[in-house]
Write a protein that binds this ligand. Structure first.
Ligand code: GUN
Ligand code: FE
Length: 446
């Protein structure tokens, strides 16, 4: 039975192409979009759909339909420590807080409890697609996959790999890392759920030997898998990587065959021009994690520089370096750091201002561009934009029904642009009335 959603529709087609319909429609059948646009009657008269069978959902004037959010980088186990330890830099934070927390996931009951709640929380906040890091532990990573499948989210999930420069209580041998990864890939493929995919997950170059990176690169190639990791997040970390690998951060991954069209790298705050060029050549995307970059004092990522160089960029919450599971919050923080960067550049305050980008040319990210990062940009970064990310005929219906009048009715009618702007600047999960993945209502009511 086809369903048609009628009312205000917003989505993007590219970084600079925002499209909206004030009195538009999205038609859905068997979880897939079969029509989208501003002229419903015309669509109906030319489509093969039997009008008598259509069920209609009419949106109110303060509601709109948005593509679901994509969280391109989130650590599910770190939900157990969200909001804690926010005053130390990356490497101290990992050793003091994060590794001890992740080591607890040998306890399956603990894993079940936290993983259930993190998937509930992300879905409630409108994350229809997430790229999750789990932990080194294979069994509990499978629990995360089962929980994602049970709750109906679309996700990439990785068993985290680390075999060196890690504490004794949270480290694997190369064989455990490789064997666990292969076992995980096989187990996920057995689930046979098109929404849940395995992703190769070296934690970061620092915690993986050259041999391990190479073996993970081989597995990614052999099974044609996604890859996720971290790159150039923190200045100290970058120095250590250079010392160990005797090359740039991007090269360390590239030498192992880990930079592909299906690779996403989180952060990229301090990438050099030649590294950006290499990522571009390989088709590898960056996931911008503004909350985490601020919280862990990592720096400010110049997203415009990456986009101008031709990289695909998505957004990540990076929980729990990031302190919120909400992509909407990440979106707003991306706008904020971009405004700060703009001010610093124009005032010539930044000691690190890069000579190749004249500071006066910097352009702040607009809320529409940032909305793209949170939806289609993320889907594209994860090489899933043929399936999701916007409302195109043939894609799955991954969507949010947003209502900006939930807490207080606006005092005047709002334009379409204003509806989106108000949601971005004042909204939260309470404004997300319904969440759909592949046409199925997975949170909320209509
Ligand atoms: N680099 C290596 N591991 C991590 C992690 O868990 N979080 C962040 N933000 N950076 C990392
Ligand atoms: Fe991270």
């Amino acid at each position: 039975m086809p369903t048609v959603y009628r009312g205000t529709i917003v989505h993007t087609k590219s970084f600079d192409e925002f499209e909206s319909f004030k009195e538009g429609f999205v038609a859905v059948e068997d979880g897939k979009i079969i029509g989208i646009g501003g002229d419903y009657d015309n669509w109906l008269s030319t489509s093969e759909v039997n009008a008598d069978l259509i069920s209609e959902v009419r949106l109110s004037r303060f509601q709109f339909l948005s593509p679901g959010f994509c969280d391109g980088h989130i650590h599910a186990p770190q939900y157990a420590q969200i909001g804690l330890g926010m005053s130390v830099p990356l490497l101290d934070w990992l050793n003091t807080y994060t590794f001890p927390t992740e080591a607890k996931y040998v306890d399956k009951e603990f894993a079940q409890k936290i993983y259930r709640s993190v998937v509930q929380a992300t879905l409630r906040c409108g994350t229809t697609l997430a790229s999750y890091f789990a932990t080194n532990n294979l069994e509990s990573t499978l629990i995360l996959a089962e929980e994602v499948a049970r709750q109906g989210q679309r996700a990439l999930i990785g068993k985290v790999c680390s075999n060196c420069n890690s504490p004794d209580f949270y480290v694997e041998t190369t064989d455990e890392s490789v064997g666990g990864t292969e076992a995980f890939v096989k187990a996920i493929r057995k689930l046979n759920n098109p929404l849940v995919l395995p992703t190769i997950t070296p934690r970061f170059a620092l915690s993986c030997s050259k041999e391990l990176l190479q073996k993970l690169g081989n597995i990614a190639k052999q099974y044609d898998l996604h890859v996720q990791s971290h790159i150039s997040e923190n200045l100290t970390e970058i120095e250590v990587v250079r010392d160990i690998f005797q090359t740039s951060y991007a090269n360390a991954y590239d030498e192992a065959g880990l930079l592909t069209k299906k690779t996403v790298m989180a952060h990229g705050v301090h990438l050099q021009d030649d590294e950006i060029a290499l990522l571009k050549k390989r088709g590898t995307a960056i996931i911008h994690c503004p909350a985490s970059n601020t919280n862990l004092n990592s720096g400010i990522c110049d997203v415009q520089r990456l986009v101008k160089a031709g990289l695909t960029v998505g957004l990540g919450t990076d929980v729990s370096g990031g302190n919120s599971v909400s992509v909407l919050t990440a979106l707003l923080r991306a706008i904020e750091v971009s405004k700060h960067l703009d001010f610093f550049k124009k005032q010539n305050i930044l000691g690190t201002g890069r000579a190749e980008i004249p500071d006066n040319d910097y352009q702040q990210l607009t809320y529409k561009q940032t909305f793209y990062l949170a939806t289609l940009g993320g889907a594209k970064a994860l090489a899933l934009d043929h399936i999701t990310g916007n409302f195109s005929v043939g894609k799955d219906f991954d969507a949010l029904l947003v209502d900006v009048s939930v807490l207080e009715k606006p005092h005047r009618p709002l334009t379409v642009d204003e509806l989106l702007e108000k949601f971005i600047y004042t909204g939260d999960d309470r404004n997300i009335k319904a969440v759909y993945v592949a046409g199925k209502l997975v949170k909320g009511t209509i």
